[in-house]
Design a protein around this ligand. Structure first.
Ligand code: SF4
Ligand code: SF4
Length: 231
């Protein structure tokens, strides 16, 4: 069944597909655990869809921090479009599972139940994606995938169907990096983390900044994993 779901997700335009075990996410804050959403959950399917490179590269990186930039509006629109495409794919997978007699909850990319004050989703898609082996967390606090760096959007389907989880990715993209995501953050919301943490972010500072403009995503644009790969 997993391969059928994978093939269907590809047909629907998803670039990445993985399966996580919900057990690994039981340490999430109360109310944000997969079992809080779907008590009978056995598997979590994660889908990723890539943002266009040229549409990401148009983001201003410096000197354009006052007021709303038309470029930020374009990137926000593109990100919203990708999220909607991803949601169509996630919904189709969830419907298929439901038709086969399973429960399926779709954690959408376009809203994600996010609390804009703290940038906290009902479920943390990036943490689920790590458990599904799609990538690792970078110093920019984003999921870094080997294929596309952080230039992707994510959605997830929780289901009580039993699917084989994928292996974790063993990789550290941030080692030996010049940390431009940290140095170019316009509000100094990122710091180099200590060894036991993948990132250190002042979410409040980031959220306050995002509240004043369509998007920022400088830490996404400048990541070398996303913008130096030949693909
Ligand atoms: S720019 Fe470097 S330090 Fe920042 S997330 Fe990308 S790889 Fe990690
Ligand atoms: S989105 Fe912008 S403000 Fe927030 S951490 Fe990234 S670079 Fe900093």
């Amino acid at each position: 069944m997993k391969e059928d779901l994978r093939k269907m997700s590809t047909r629907l335009g998803a670039d990445l597909f993985g399966v996580a075990s919900p057990d690994a996410l039981n340490e999430a804050p109360l109310g944000h655990r997969p079992t809080n959403i779907l008590p009978s959950v056995k598997s979590i399917i994660v889908l990723g869809m890539k943002m266009l490179d040229a549409q990401t590269d148009v983001l201003p990186t410096n000197g354009d921090y006052f007021g709303v930039s038309p470029r930020q509006k374009m990137v926000k629109g593109h990100s919203t479009f990708i999220s909607q495409e991803l949601d169509r794919a996630g919904y189709a997978l969830a419907r298929l599972l439901e038709k086969q007699g399973f429960k399926a909850y779709h954690q959408m990319a376009s809203t994600g139940g996010t609390d804009e004050r703290y940038l906290t989703g009902l479920l943390s898609l990036k943490h689920i994606a790590v458990q599904a082996g799609l990538g690792v967390l970078g110093h920019n606090s984003l999921l870094i995938t080997p294929q596309y760096g952080p230039r992707i959007r994510l959605s997830a389907v929780l289901t009580d169907a039993e699917l084989q989880p994928d292996a974790l990715l063993d990789k550290n993209f941030c080692e030996d990096c010049e940390n431009s995501c940290i140095s170019l953050c316009p509000v100094v919301a990122l710091e180099k983390p200590s060894h036991d943490a993948p990132y250190k972010i002042n979410k409040f500072a980031c959220a306050q900044y995002l509240n004043t403009r369509p998007t920022c995503s400088v830490c996404l644009k400048v990541c070398h994993v996303g913008n130096q790969r030949i693909r």
